[in-house]
Design a protein around this ligand. Structure first.
Ligand code: NDP
Length: 455
């Protein structure tokens, strides 16, 4: 064994949202902590996920807002879009955020290793230069990487990670997948003016979401000029000069300048030495118990690398629980439930609580309130975007158990509703709230259109 150095109380591998939070909290509670990161500090969310995606998403919405602006009397000469400018500003901001993460770690007293790290023993981590460190506890927070389907020519496709580094925006793009990334990037591509085909193998987009949300977003994407093709498998991709041809299961040959795979992400478990007896789940994620402990008691895992929802706030919450449990001896019974989530498609989707199928299964009899309307903002223009809101109420207790929305500001509204669901409010609490007029949220307080369903 080469250079066994000073012990750490905690060695964190991966400086993304989960790793950084765990390292800072553990260090602030007096532990001696280090963190290793082979890429830039910030992880998926900051470098190649939530943050740059939201910049792209904001940018893509201006094409529509410019049309609406004209209906409000604004006149401007021809508007043009510069991919270079968007990329330059995005890169500057990401750099800034990464530096803030770094300085927060340093201020908290965490030692940073800019290196790949691998776990070679229950308490030993080796860096790429061969140096080895021992630690009482090791936390795996290495996130996940794009999954490419096993099809001929898949190597011609790129992932969303690569999309953030494109030098130019291609004019015709095929997106494969039907989840978060597929919908968000299809909207970005269409909004920025390129042609987009969205190919999804299933019959309803966004598996696991409420079926009405899936139906409505499919219609909305089509009306935003994204060509959604359901029940479509990609059989093969071939390349001819700078163009790609995608052969689908129904024999169609679609041409594109770029193929983007948004077909899920797989846990990054490369840092775990194969000889270690850490249980890996069938989907490649690290198996952990309620304390985020792997099958080796000194080794823990939080965030996308384990089997939890791939969402930044979930990774951060798990990191907080881990740090409190292990370094503050706080054994509080934390539960992570009613996770609000948004798909930053155009229009946006927000959801929290149970979908209709889940609520029916759990409560047997539910009241479903829905509202679909054209927001005031668009009414002066020809744009016919609608907002859809769905409340799910347990018929017996009259408690609000699910909220689903497609429309502008869905993410913002869903965040607030998640507190109401946690607080177990009833439909009558909404009815008794004075609506704020004119606003989108007032609809939630005035919903009357109801059907009862039971099984
Ligand atoms: P998702 O799990 O959301 O979607 C993956 C999609 O790819 C599904 O539609 C799936 O189909 C399809 N798919 C999987 N394997 C294949 C295959 N072999 N061939 C064809 N299609 C396939 O993953 P994403 O990649 O969209 O996003 C990764 C993770 O990142 C998500 O889990 C999400 O939680 C997170 N994320 C969150 C965001 C947010 O909070 N706004 C934004 C972006 C990502 P099927 O449905 O049939 O399984």
């Amino acid at each position: 064994m080469k250079n066994i150095n000073t012990d750490f109380d905690l060695f964190v591998i991966g400086a993304g949202s989960g790793g950084v939070r765990a390292a800072r909290l553990a260090s602030q509670s007096g532990a001696k902590v280090c963190i290793a990161e082979k890429d830039r500090i910030g992880g998926t969310c900051v470098i190649r996920g939530c943050v740059p995606k939201k910049f792209f998403s904001y940018s893509s919405k201006f094409s529509k807002h410019n049309i609406v602006a004209k209906s409000y009397g604004w006149h401007h000469e021809e508007t043009t879009f510069s991919w270079d400018k968007l990329m330059e500003n995005k890169n500057k901001q990401i750099e800034k955020l990464s530096n803030i993460y770094r300085s927060n770690l340093e201020k908290a007293g965490v030692k940073i290793f800019e290196s790949e790290a691998s776990i070679i023993g229950s308490n030993i981590v080796r860096l790429s230069n061969g140096d080895e460190y021992s630690a009482k506890k090791i936390l795996i927070a290495t996130g996940a990487k794009p999954n490419f389907p096993n099809i001929k020519g898949a190597n011609y496709g790129i992932s969303s990670d690569d999309f953030f580094e494109l030098e130019t925006l291609p004019q015709k793009i095929i997106v494969v997948g039907g989840g978060y990334i597929a919908l968000e990037f299809s909207s970005i591509i269409s909004g920025l003016g390129s042609k987009c085909d969205l190919l999804y193998r299933g019959d309803k987009l966004l598996k696991g979401f409420d079926q009405d949300i899936s139906r409505i977003i499919t219609q909305e994407l089509q009306s935003e000029k994204c060509n959604v093709k359901l029940n479509t498998d990609v059989i093969e991709i071939t390349k001819n000069k700078n163009q790609f041809e995608v052969l689908t299961n129904d024999g169609e040959r679609l041409k594109a300048d770029l193929v983007l795979f948004a077909t899920g992400r797989l846990a990054n478990v490369d840092c775990i030495n194969k000889d270690l007896k850490i249980k890996i789940n069938s989907n490649n994620s690290v198996c952990v118990n309620k304390k985020y402990q792997t099958t080796i008691p000194s080794i823990f895992a939080v965030g996308d690398v384990s089997n939890s929802d791939h969402l930044t706030p979930v990774a951060i919450r798990e990191a907080m629980i881990f740090a409190r449990n292990e370094f503050e001896k706080d054994n509080g019974n934390y539960v992570i439930e009613n996770i609000p989530t948004a798909v930053f498609s155009s229009p946006e989707i927000g959801t929290v609580g149970l979908n209709e199928d889940q609520a029916l299964k759990k409560y047997k009899k539910i009241d479903i309130y829905t509202s679909s309307f054209r927001p005031l903002y668009y009414t002066l223009s020809d744009i016919n975007i609608r907002t859809y809101i769905k409340l799910i109420i347990d018929n017996k207790s009259q408690r609000l158990v699910g909220f689903h929305m497609v429309g502008d500001d869905a993410a913002e509204i869903t965040q607030i509703i998640s507190t109401l669901i946690n607080k177990k409010i009833n439909k009558s609490d909404l009815d008794n709230t004075i609506p704020l007029h004119p606003s989108t949220s007032e609809e939630i307080m005035t919903m009357r259109d109801m059907v009862t369903k039971e099984i």
